[in-house]
Structures are given as C-alpha cells and as structure tokens.
Design a protein around this ligand. Sequence first.
Ligand SMILES: Nc1nc2c(c(=O)[nH]1)N[C@H]1C(S)=C(S)[C@@H](COP(=O)(O)O)O[C@H]1N2
Ligand SMILES: [Mo]
Length: 321
Amino acid sequence: MLITKAPDIRPSEITPESVYVNRRQFLRASSGAALGALALAGAGAAAFRGAAPVQAQTSLGALKKSPFTTDEKLNSFDDITTYNNFYEFGTDKSDPARHAGRLTTKPWTVKVEGLCEKPADYALDDLLKPHALEERTYRLRCVEAWSMVIPWVGIPLGDVLKRFEPTSKARFVEFTTLYRPTELPGQRTAALDWPYVEGLRLDEAMHPLTIFAVGLYGKTLLNQNGAPIRLVVPWKYGFKSIKSIVKIRFTDTQPKTAWSVANPREYGFYSNVNPEVDHPRWSQARERRIGEFFRRKSEMFNGYGEQVARFYAGMDLKKYY
Ligand SMILES: Nc1nc2c(c(=O)[nH]1)N[C@H]1C(S)=C(S)[C@@H](COP(=O)(O)O)O[C@H]1N2
Ligand SMILES: [Mo]
C-alpha cells in the first residue's frame, strides 16, 4: 500500500518541544482554556504577512496512518495555506490567508438535525472525542483544473455520522458553513447565496474515503483551510469539501448546494472528478499541480474509481455532473 512521506516542514514551522501537545490536550485546548500557551506554534509564514491576527495551531500528536494515503509529493505548507478558495473571505486565492485570522473558532458547536435519532448541538470536542485521528494524504482537485496534495488529519465521516443514528428515511446529508458576516467579509457581498451549503448522498458520505478533516501537516487547520472542521471528499471537485461546518442535516431529498444554486448549468450535485465531461467554459481533461508548470492528465474520480465507480453504475455522468 501507499506510504506517507515525511512532511517537509520548514524550521520556522516546527513546534518547539515546550508547546507540543498530545491529543488530550488538543481536546482541552479547543474548548478554550489552555489556548494561550499553545498559540506559538505554526505562526510561521502567516505572522510575516501582517494584517490579520496570528492564528494558533496545536500539534495533533500521534496519528495513525491511513492506507488510503496517496504517495505523491506533498505540496508545501505554504502552498496549502496561501492559495485557497474560501469565498467567505473573498474571491482571490490570497484573500483567505489575508483575512482568515479574524475568524474566531472557539467555542465551536455543530448542530445535528433532520432524519436521525440523536439530533443535538455537539461541542466540537464531544464530536471528536470518541475517534482516533488519522493522517490521510489526498489530492484535492479543484473544478478550476488545478490540484494540490495535502496531508490531512481527520476521521472517517461515516464513523461520526453513525453515532447520530440516521433513520431508514435518510438518503442524503447536508452540511452548512458558519454564517457570520462580521468575521467573514465575503458574506457582506453577493458572491454566493450564504451560508455555503453542500450535500452528499448518504452512501457517498458513509464511504471510508470521505473524511472530516481537523488538521493538516500534523497540526490543527488554519482558518483559511476550513478550521476547525471541514469535509474532504477526494473523488469529487474541491468545492464539495465544505469548510468550517456548523450544521449537519439528514434529509430524504437531495439538498441544494451553494455552487449549483449559483450556476446550475456549470455545477451539479454530484461533481465527481471527470476528465471526460468538460466544464462549459474549460476542459477538465488536465490539471495543473500547484507549484508545477506542465499540466498532467486528470483521473476519473480523481483516481478512486476502483472504490467509488459502483456508486454511479448505470447513471449518465454527462447528465448527473
Ligand atoms: N465554505 C466554503 N467551503 C469551501 C469553499 C468556499 O468558498 N467556502 N471553496 C471550496 C473550493 S472551490 C475548494 S477548491 C476547496 C479548497 O480547499 P483548500 O483551500 O483548503 O485547498 O474548498 C472548498 N470549500
Ligand atoms: Mo475549487
């Protein structure tokens, strides 16, 4: 199977021993208390960019390595945290890194509702507590035909969803991003219909490839990457991987999704990476790896056809794009 490479973290980003925290401390820290002492690590590049406050990051301790990890060369921490799509902070790739420091992510509560036996408001700690964090390196393939390789830290989404006991009527699950225009300046513009929403069929959501990510490169997420918790669905275009989630809802009908509402002709519900179905305005046959010059061929289902093609057997993927 594929092995994770040692992350290429620059010296400025290495966490001093004194602020190293294990998972238990992370859980405590994310509930607010111990945070000050942990605010040092990982400030690295972001600190020099000025503007928004420096973001605290904590190390996530020992992680189990997932067999689903890709062995491709990782993008740098700098690429992953400064070239982002997060329209709540603006539409330029550099806007999230510039403005995300202003977002406060503690305390954080995720509301679970809809067709399940255990609807409730879950504090982030309680949501994560029963689960072991894994390192999972995936390629993120944006619909704009670029990609990055990101060493996520997370947990299989299905393990979390099972605890809410979806009823037999539940067929889809919808996710919603935080709506807080005071800290998310893009929400004061009409770039999208806020809040950002996304959805998956329940079988897609339960597939072991689908994860909730809470970190990358061994540390908690920076806000520009969707702190404190975001979805990652590696066989779909990046926009399915919704950031900074505050609500999970089980439904019996297909949820609306932010991009298909904004432009239904260009963005559908499924959004599987498909080099054979072009976007109306550009080809999806190739992609540019951030940091590289020449483009490479895109892979059907972003390389995960063996695992997920069966979900779409018999469906016309030109119609269900
Ligand atoms: N809430 C929210 N989630 C979002 C987006 C967004 O604008 N808002 N952009 C999406 C898009 S288009 C991509 S490609 C990925 C980018 O994730 P990254 O910046 O962590 O690489 O986030 C997705 N999740
Ligand atoms: Mo994207």
